[in-house]
Design a protein around this ligand. Structure first.
Ligand code: AMP
Ligand code: MG
Length: 419
């Protein structure tokens, strides 16, 4: 199978001269630059949960594959019912699921039938057991039953050959039920996107190693690795490195041989110690995206040996939000799942806030018992605990807003970001 084409060298280029790029513009540029980079492989349906479909899937069989009874009861031909109360002689035999009745049910007679049983020849209607009385070899029931009552016609749900799921769909548990029901044994899916995660910073220490008073634990790497995992991608731990140009170089070069994309955190601004930016600058594909967003700092974007590198801010809150808003849809596109735009709920605010124009803001938020969005007590971007407190994000548009309790705001549950 041929490999998809590589990304274009200018895939992260922004128009020159713009100082602060609005979020929507940044997203539009990102979307333009990203294409699927993963190969295709066949996988048995039973093992395909969480995988991305590489092609549309069609049914190999109808569902249901044969007309059958929806209830336990008695089956007969509707045409033979007269005008009075119904009393039909029962024939010998029974139709059950997996044990069809092979004979013909004569017009004017009825047969015992159970849920899921194929309708025998001569049966088009079933009366529910609870609505009948059986005595002297006859089944009696009230008038008023419609033709085909309590039956499921062949193909009622899915017809043979029908298109079911489209390319880019991420298979969920219920999709595996559908594909199995219609006999799809194997699906063509994308190979999982391999995403490397790298932390940088002289002050950062790995959990489980001793920390000096001036050092902090690496909070970003476990978070980013787990996000990747949540998105059905393959996470590669590229570890933590100090702010050292040679090590940044070597680690990105190694990562690029094993990964389809790399997320780094820290060192992405334009300062002396911003070694991710410095390294990417030498590739000729580097772009420092100053996006009008809070929380955020510049994003450093570039290609390292053809592999897209998303240089996220070091601050964990900013790293998290920027990953959800910018990196996720880009990674989804690279993976074959296509650009994903989260859908917001419009809910009343449980807070007040006067917001200045000029940038979009994402607040750590959750719904209170009334379904109103409350926000974390602090907008401090160092307050990692607010991410755990929150169940989603409130998005405040680029312009000014003077929000009073009860005013409508946009709320994105984390589930909209696959978290
Ligand atoms: P930087 O983007 O490298 O300037 O880092 C911004 C802030 O985020 C600094 O306070 C860093 O100490 C902090 N930071 C950077 N990387 C991490 C990390 N992996 N875990 C927790 N905090 C970090
Ligand atoms: Mg740093």
């Amino acid at each position: 199978m041929s490999n998809p084409p590589k990304l274009r060298n200018d895939c992260f280029a922004l128009p020159p001269g713009v100082h602060w790029t609005p979020v929507d513009e940044a997203l539009a540029h990102l979307r333009q630059g990203m294409t699927v980079v993963t190969g295709i492989e066949p996988v048995p349906t039973v093992a395909a949960g969480g995988r991305v479909l590489a092609a549309e899937v069609q049914a190999n069989r109808a569902n249901p594959p044969y007309a059958n009874s929806a209830v336990d009861g008695y089956g007969f031909a509707h045409a033979a019912l007269g005008d009075g109360a119904h009393s039909l002689p029962l024939i010998d035999g029974r139709a059950a699921a997996g044990m069809p009745f092979d004979g013909l049910v004569p017009t004017g007679s009825a047969i015992r039938i159970l849920t899921g049983a194929m309708l025998p020849k001569g049966v088009d209607t079933v009366v529910l057991e609870e609505d009948t009385a059986v005595a002297n070899g006859h089944v009696s029931f009230e008038r008023g039953l419609k033709k085909n009552a309590n039956t499921r016609p062949i193909g009622e749900d899915v017809t043979d050959g029908e298109a079911l799921l489209c390319e880019g769909h991420i298979l969920r548990p219920q999709d595996l039920a559908l594909l199995s029901a219609v006999g799809v044994e194997t699906v063509q899916v994308r190979k999982p996107l391999r995403v490397g995660v790298l932390s940088t910073g002289d002050e950062i220490r790995e959990l489980g190693t001793p920390v000096a008073p001036h050092q902090i634990y690496d909070a970003n790497r476990p978070m980013l690795l787990d996000l990747i995992h949540n998105w059905g991608m393959e996470a590669f731990d590229l570890g933590h490195i100090t702010d050292d140009a040679a090590r940044v170089h070597a680690t990105l070069t190694d990562g690029a041989t094993r990964c389809d994309a790399i997320l780094t955190s820290g060192g992405a601004s334009a300062g002396d110690e911003d070694h991710i930016s410095a390294a990417l600058r030498n590739t000729g594909t580097h772009n420092l995206w100053r996006i009008a967003v809070k929380p955020g700092r510049p994003l450093a974007l570039g290609l390292w040996d053809g592999v897209p590198v998303f240089g996220l801010p070091g601050n964990p809150v900013a790293a998290f939000v920027c990953t959800l808003i910018f990196a996720r849809p880009a990674l989804m596109t690279l993976s074959g799942a296509g650009w994903r735009t989260p859908r917001a709920m419009t809910v009343p605010a449980a807070f007040a806030k006067n917001k200045k124009p000029g940038r979009r803001e994402y607040l750590r938020a959750r719904l209170n018992a009334d379904g109103h969005a409350e926000v974390f007590k602090s907008e401090g971007s160092g307050r990692i605990s607010g991410l755990s407190w929150a169940a989603g994000l409130v998005e405040l548009e680029d312009g000014a807003r003077d929000i009073k309790p009860g005013d409508s705001v946009m709320y994105y549950p984390f589930a909209e970001f696959g978290v």
